[in-house]
Structures are given as C-alpha cells and as structure tokens.
Design a binder for this molecule. Sequence first.
Ligand code: ADP
Ligand code: ADP
Length: 224
Amino acid sequence: MASIQFKNLRKSYGDTEVVHGLTLDIADGEFIVIVGPSGCGKSTLLRMVAGLEEITSGELLIGGRVVNRLEPKDRDCAMVFQNYALYPHMTVFDNMAYGLKIRGVPKEEIEKRVAGAAKMLELEHLLERRPRQLSGGQRQRVAMGRAIVREPSAFLFDEPLSNLDAKLRVQTRLQIQQLHRRLRTTSLYVTHDQVEAMTLAHRMIVMNGGVAEQVGTPQEVYDK
Ligand code: ADP
Ligand code: ADP
C-alpha cells in the first residue's frame, strides 16, 4: 500500500499534449476510478503510473518517492489489462508466479503467495491449466491473481471487465470489491461503466480532453 501523487503531470506525443498538467493526491488504500470519453487520456495516465509511457514533465510519487525515472518493474505497481495479457504457453500457476520469479522471490514464498491468491480467487483447481482452457472470467481472475501475488503498492486496472459478458462483469466486479476490502491496496481503475464507477470508487476522476474536469466521490460527481 502506498499513497500516489501527481504533480503537474504532463504527457505529449510529439507536439500534441494529451495530459495537461494533472495534480492530485491519492491516499494510501484509496480506490480511484478514472472515467471519461474515449481518447481523453485515461490509459495514458495509467500507463504513465505503470512506467509504460514516459512522463513528459511533472512528478509522479509513489509512497512519497519520485518514480519518474524508474523502470516498470521497480515501481511496485501491478497492472490488470482488459485483454488479460496472460502467457499462453504457461500454466495458471506459472503465469501467477512469473512476476515473482523475475524479481528473485524464493520458491517457497512464491508457492505460498500463489496458493493464497488462488484460494482468494477460487482458482485452486485450475493451476495446471493453460489460459486457452479457461473461460473469460477465469482468465481475468488469473490476471488479478498475478497482480495480487506481487503484493504491490498499487493496483492499476485498465477496463478489466470490458471483455466479459454481463453476468461475469457483475461477479468479477464484486470480487474486485471484496479484494479491496481485504487487501486495501491503493487502486487506480479505468472504466467506461457508470455502475463500476459508482460501486467501486472512493473518488472519481472525470477526465475530458486530457484535463481532470472533476474529482470527487461518486455522489459529488453525479449530483452535479
Ligand atoms: P483513453 O484511454 O481515454 O481512450 P488514451 O490515453 O488512449 O485515451 O489517448 C489519449 C490521446 O492520446 C488520444 O488522443 C490518443 O489518440 C493519443 N495517443 C495515445 N497513444 C498515442 C501514441 N502512442 N502516439 C500518439 N498519440 C497517442
Ligand atoms: P465462458 O462462457 O465463461 O467463457 P466457457 O463456456 O468457455 O466459459 O467454459 C465453460 C467451462 O468449461 C469453464 O469452467 C472452463 O473452465 C471450461 N473449459 C472451457 N474450455 C476448456 C478447455 N479447452 N479445457 C478444459 N476446460 C475448458
């Protein structure tokens, strides 16, 4: 768990600025949902936090430390993608274990953490399967398991439910809510879906054209 701070964060592609100086303090354990129309800069913001996009100017702090220059793997954020991004040739166990292996976590610790996450996410009976042998909902649970085992400072969710059908979306959303209640990991969550925003967010960032137009609780945002 960690606080996250945006200090006048900007992103340009060439001459075009797509995030225009965003400043925000996110508390330890807070669940932030980022909404806004397509192209408003949501993914770019998330990817800057993850270290997948270079920050053009401004400062990004995680746990009080400026991380602008750190590689993704040193930022201690775990990202959950819309398309799951699992390794097709690896088993569920190996998919969840991979991020720990590359960071040199000892084998027993890896086994313990994967077992714990598998239990939380009801994946225990699927650990030897490959991703193609799983339903969409199961794949997304594996993607979340892979994030959880890292015990990161923050979770970054990029529209994690948009490839699921309506019923699985509800189930998986409830699971994300339960996980947050249990782990209290600071979370940034991008979505188009109002129900997801309403039910998950402590605070929402409403983006438009690279600007945070509104920041507030769902009630504050929807009452306006
Ligand atoms: P959102 O996630 O809200 O749909 P994005 O963050 O993906 O929006 O994109 C914000 C803006 O940045 C858009 O205008 C998009 O076209 C532009 N953009 C995104 N990635 C690149 C890139 N690699 N090169 C140039 N422009 C980009
Ligand atoms: P969904 O509609 O949720 O995507 P599917 O209809 O694909 O689910 O699968 C239903 C069940 O069958 C799931 O529990 C899944 O784990 C299992 N299953 C699907 N494909 C395979 C496979 N190739 N091998 C073993 N089990 C599978």
